[in-house]
Design a protein around this ligand. Structure first.
Ligand SMILES: Nc1ncnc2c1ncn2[C@@H]1O[C@H](COP(=O)(O)OP(=O)(O)OP(=O)(O)O)[C@@H](O)[C@H]1O
Ligand SMILES: [Mg+2]
Length: 503
């Protein structure tokens, strides 16, 4: 009888160990794997409330990382200091501990408050050690009076703890590496962040905050900002952060097409709607069903299309060109413009009703020169991105960085992006020095002004020379040209340029 029981137990142990080792390798999520392992202990070996408590290498605090049979609140309550309670002692001494009856044990803190009827329970706890370091503790409850000896239980638990140690060790080195990488990608630094959009300045943080808020809704957004400030980038971010992210994101540049083509693109057409319409075609609004349509350069659409857009905004419906059937769509609208639409309202070239429908949530993207705090991080970001893309390892010299930081970027982020890409593509070595920069970047504002005055001075001298020569030659241009060593053609051009009176 006893032998049969032992055999069964051995079998259960083997199965449990096998299952635990599988569980520990089943995903990249440590907590999930550990919780799964604790469930195995409960299912196969009647070890309940299996708990893994790990030592935080920084705070030196012990925290329950995974447990089976404990509620979330109980898990969060499970915090100990080294040496505190039984768990804390096991960490400090590095030896297993067995409490035959937790009801009799004053050291037992029951910090998770999970054991109500303490009398019938024993508590076993083994350290999780890796190469001599104690990483934490594995502990289980055992119903008091079970026939299995504690020695037997401890033997199994030690093996499980060794398996867990391997796993935790691997995970910790893996997550350290990942943490380093994440620090490198610079995205975690701001309070609000969007993937691949850089901005730590207050102005950009404000934008991100609005974007994150507005993404949850279906509200129409009007993006404003100079060229290259990231309007399309933000439009995409709103879509991909929204509940519609699984639907399509359809972008259309309203300034790129003549009116009739734009209309056909937006609303589609039926067969025979116009010459050449040999088959019907869905428009962008239909293609964007259950997704988002991005109407770029909305300030450039004609008055008549504005009216049709207004209808879509009001009724969510439209007709295809040449169609008789009204089509309903479920589409979120994001529009963008770098035009002064308010001025257009006054001039009467933009419909006021459309403006109010579009302007539900306006988002203003600041020009780069208005957020110089972001220059550094953007430069770093693009350096990393293009180095990776072109498999290079190029960095900027101090002087080159200074120039890039001192520049005003009239083309905003796009200009910076292009500049850095070009620098990396064209670089020979691993270091970009000041003289590799384009001239306009090498000159500082003062130098630009100086260069301007120098050119003016040179022109003034040239103008005087030409006018003197002309006077000397009795205003015969060919003769004066010969005297100055230039062609008559060049002379003609200079006379015009300097508006010199010739007879
Ligand atoms: N904050 C940012 N972080 C990273 N990249 C950015 C950021 N802002 C803009 N960019 C990059 O700059 C380029 C221009 O951005 P985008 O096309 O969104 O600008 P835009 O405002 O739509 O310009 P335009 O009015 O000329 O169409 C893109 O390649 C985009 O990825
Ligand atoms: Mg754009």
């Amino acid at each position: 009888m006893q032998e049969e029981r032992l055999l069964k137990r051995k079998n259960a142990e083997l199965s449990a160990l096998l299952e635990v080792s599988k569980a520990l390798n089943s995903s990249f999520e440590l907590e999930k794997n550990l919780t799964h392992s604790m469930r195995v202990l409960s299912d196969y070996l009647e070890m309940s409330r299996g708990t893994v408590t790990l030592l935080d290498p920084v705070t030196k605090e012990l925290r329950i990382v995974a447990a089976y049979g404990l509620a979330k609140e109980q898990i969060t309550r499970g915090k100990y200091k080294i040496g505190e309670g039984i768990v804390g002692r096991a960490v400090k001494t590095g030896f297993p501990m067995v409490i035959p009856n937790i009801g009799d044990e004053p050291l037992f803190l029951n910090r998770t408050r999970s054991r109500i009827d303490k009398d019938k329970i024993s508590f076993l706890c083994v350290p999780i050690k890796l190469k001599g370091d104690v990483l934490g503790v594995l502990s289980v409850d055992r119903i008091f009076g079970d026939k299995i000896s504690f020695e037997e239980d401890l033997r199994v638990l030690k093996i499980v703890a060794a398996l867990i140690a391997q796993s935790v060790g691997l995970y910790q080195s893996f997550s350290e590496e990942r943490q380093e990488k994440e620090n490198l990608t610079l995205e975690l630094k701001g309070r609000y962040s969007l993937p691949n959009i850089i901005g730590l300045s207050d102005k950009m943080q404000e934008v991100f905050k609005t974007v994150l808020k507005v993404s949850k809704s279906k509200a129409t957004v009007l993006l404003r900002g100079e060229s290259g400030t990231g309007k399309e980038l933000i439009a995409r971010a709103i879509h991909y952060q929204s509940p519609r992210s699984n639907g399509p994101f359809i972008a259309i540049n309203c300034a790129a097409l003549p009116e009739n083509l734009l209309e056909a693109e937006l609303f589609g057409f039926e067969k025979g709607a116009f010459t050449g319409a040999i088959a019907c075609k869905k428009g962008k609004f239909e293609l964007a069903e259950r997704g988002t349509i991005f109407l770029d350069e909305i300030g450039d659409v004609s008055f008549s299309i504005q009216g049709k857009l207004l209808r879509v905004l009001q009724e969510h419906s439209f007709d295809r060109l040449g169609g008789t059937r009204t089509i309903h769509v479920d589409v979120r609208i994001i529009a963008a413009t770098n035009r002064d639409v308010e001025k257009m309202l006054h001039e009467g070239s933009f419909r006021e009703d459309l403006y109010w429908r579009l302007n539900v949530v306006p988002v203003f993207l600041p020009a780069l020169r208005e957020r110089k705090e972001d220059l550094n991080i953007l430069i770093e970001y693009f350096l990393q991105r293009f180095n990776k893309e072109y498999k290079k390892n190029v960095s900027l010299s101090k002087d080159a960085l200074k120039r890039l930081l001192g520049y005003s970027y009239p083309g905003n982020v796009r200009e910076m992006e292009n500049t850095i890409e070009r620098l990396i593509v064209l670089s020979d070595g691993d270091r970009i020095t000041e003289d590799a920069l384009p001239l306009y970047l090498r000159m500082q504002e003062a130098e630009v002004k100086l260069a301007g005055t120098m050119i003016k001075n040179i022109e003034e001298i040239e103008r005087k020379n030409i006018s003197n020569a002309l006077k000397e030659c009795g205003f015969i241009q060919a003769k004066a040209a010969r005297m100055l060593g230039i062609t008559p053609r060049q002379m003609g051009y200079k006379v015009k340029k300097y508006k010199i009176d010739v007879l």
